[in-house]
Design a binder for this molecule. Structure first.
Ligand SMILES: NC(=O)C1=CN([C@@H]2O[C@H](COP(=O)(O)OP(=O)(O)OC[C@H]3O[C@@H](n4cnc5c(N)ncnc54)[C@H](OP(=O)(O)O)[C@@H]3O)[C@@H](O)[C@H]2O)[C@H](O)CC1
Ligand SMILES: [K+]
Length: 511
């Protein structure tokens, strides 16, 4: 599903109005009605059925006026508040404002401290507050009277329903612009805005509903999506198929180069995750002294020693033995010999390579090696690893997650999966995919090793590097969500996530 920025949404609106000749006021009416449906649902179980609608001077406020009119027609008690000077209301919003005036609706303007004190008392009388102060037209940090109104709304302890996006959240990046409404529910129109999906915006939205307002599909298709949300439907279509007349060789061979003394678990988790994701054969390469431990814990995989795989002293090139995908780095440590192995893999591999964890830390020491890649490459950094790869601070990365992931992919021609709340994936052309599954409980040791194994297991089955990354990110989060339901976010282990992969896949295949 496409996700739009404020500018793209404005463009879509323009195409619908100018090219498809749909009057803007119809879109506004549809938007208002979509929110009314939700308000009525919420009111059904409420004793206090009075609704307060807070409107700004733009079209977000215009939607609010439509909502007020419909609720009044249902015989409900509605108080409309306009923040600012009503003489500045223009266009479709003005038409809807004037209808309310003619209906002799209760409309109060909020301009100064005195009005604010009154507002605080009046909101007490309502069961639901509707936020139509600002939408995708937000252009600068919130201050003055609007800031105080938002503070009053947030303090009210009432159910808050936001129109399109909570006022004060920037639709372009989900950041709080000075102050923002903390909604229980947000009804966004036609397509999610980036700010509805990324944090902290996503938290401020509460439950997010996406409602059609009658913009033609062709108009949406006309705008090339640079950012998409990974959906269940998308992943269902990408998951590699299983056929009757097949054998383990039909589902590919994954090579996991991982683990070091003290970090054997990473190799085990990644290898098991590759198998749980459907790879036919998994070969795990670990330092020789770990072979016994690994063999004890990992009965379904083939174990080889790093020395067998690649011998630096013999100037032996890194050669594959029929492997279809490689992962390198989980728990590998940062020894000089391993760095040489990583460089050999990057230079010689002819099948997709996933670089993770210490593999990324070593890569950061000689990032130019990426220029010699022959095969597709996926990197899976968390913000700390990304900081080492780019020289940016973690804060800079977290404030610009999309741009950082996209920039790295474009520069180095790799697929970047940037971990964090809302994993971001960018392909080499700069197309970005945002994952919606997962929870804070997944911030636990080994969780990343499971993800790396899943990507590699899916790659081995022959789907494209981008498809494997998208599918693994979604399923990893889904398995994590199932684990959180079972154990709670505090106690879940990476090994528990691993055990939920099969059920996550089964659930996906049910529909
Ligand atoms: N196709 C659609 O998606 C439709 C969307 N609708 C709704 O319309 C809004 C977007 O409406 P728009 O008028 O573009 O913008 P806003 O209502 O969000 O903002 C209006 C003006 O507010 C001023 N502004 C901006 N930032 C601030 C701020 N920090 N503090 C105070 N005021 C601010 C600015 O005007 P200025 O002249 O003051 O600069 C904005 O222009 C969308 O979200 C939907 O809810 C349609 O109803 C249906 C179609
Ligand atoms: K709003």
């Amino acid at each position: 599903m496409k996700i739009f920025s404020n500018e793209e949404m404005k463009n879509l609106d323009r195409i619908a109005i100018e090219e498809y000749k749909i009057p803007g006021i119809i879109l506004m009416e549809n938007a208002g009605i979509a929110v009314v449906k939700e308000i009525v649902k919420s009111l059904e179980i409420k004793e206090n059925k009075r609704v307060a609608i807070l409107c700004g001077l733009g079209n977000n406020g215009g939607d609010g006026f439509v909502i007020a009119r419909h609720l009044i027609s249902y015989g409900l008690g509605v108080d409309t508040y306009v923040i600012g000077n009503t003489s500045s209301i223009k266009g479709d919003a003005k038409i809807n404002y004037e209808i309310l005036v003619h209906l002799k609706a209760s409309i109060t303007t909020i301009k100064d401290e005195e009005d604010l004190a009154m507002l605080e008392d009046s909101l007490e009388k309502c069961g639901i507050l509707v936020d139509g102060i600002l939408g995708t037209g937000l252009q600068r940090p919130i201050e003055g009277v609007i800031k105080e109104v938002i503070a009053i709304v947030n303090k009210s302890k009432k159910e808050i329903i936001a129109i399109d996006i909570p006022s004060g959240i920037n639709g372009d990046d989900g950041e709080v612009y000075g102050e923002a409404v903390k909604a229980n529910k947000t009804i966004t129109f036609q397509l999610p805005k980036i700010g509805n999906i990324l944090y902290p915006g996503s938290d401020y939205c509460g439950k997010l509903l996406i409602e059609n307002i009658g913009i033609p599909k062709n108009a949406i298709d006309a705008i090339e999506a640079k950012i998409s949300l990974i959906t269940e439907k998308m992943v269902q279509a990408l998951l590699p198929k299983r056929y009757s007349d097949t054998h383990k060789g039909s589902y590919g061979k994954a090579l996991i180069i991982a683990g070091s003394f003290g970090m054997t678990g990473a190799a085990i988790l990644a290898s098991k995750a590759a198998l749980r994701s459907g790879a036919g054969i998994v070969k795990t390469a670990v330092p020789k002294e770990l072979s016994v431990i690994i063999e004890n814990q990992l009965i379904e995989a083939i174990t080889v020693s790093l020395e067998e795989l690649w011998n630096q002293d013999n100037q032996q090139a890194f050669r594959l033995k029929g492997e279809d995908a490689i992962a390198i780095g989980p728990g590998s440590g940062r020894a000089e010999a391993f760095k040489k192995l990583l460089e050999a893999v990057v230079e010689e591999a002819t099948v997709p390579v996933v670089i993770d964890a210490d593999g990324l830390n070593l890569l950061a020491e000689n990032i130019d090696i990426l220029k010699s890649l022959k095969a597709p490459c996926i990197i899976t950094p968390h913000p700390g690893e990304m900081a080492r790869l780019t020289g940016l601070s973690i804060d800079e990365i977290n404030r610009n997650r999309i741009d950082v992931a996209r920039g790295f992919s474009l520069k180095w021609k790799v697929i970047t999966l940037l971990k964090g709340a809302r994993t971001i994936i960018s392909d080499e052309k700069g197309n970005v995919y945002i994952n919606s599954t997962g929870n804070p409980g997944m911030a636990t040791a080994g969780s990343g090793d499971v993800l790396t194994g899943m990507i590699t297991g899916l790659l081995a089955q022959g789907i494209s590097p981008l498809e494997a990354t998208i599918t693994a990110a979604y399923l990893h989060g889904k398995a994590g969500d199932r684990t959180a339901e079972k154990y709670g976010q505090y106690s879940m282990l990476a090994g528990d996530i691993l055990e939920e992969i099969p059920y996550g896949i089964k659930e996906l295949l049910k529909f």
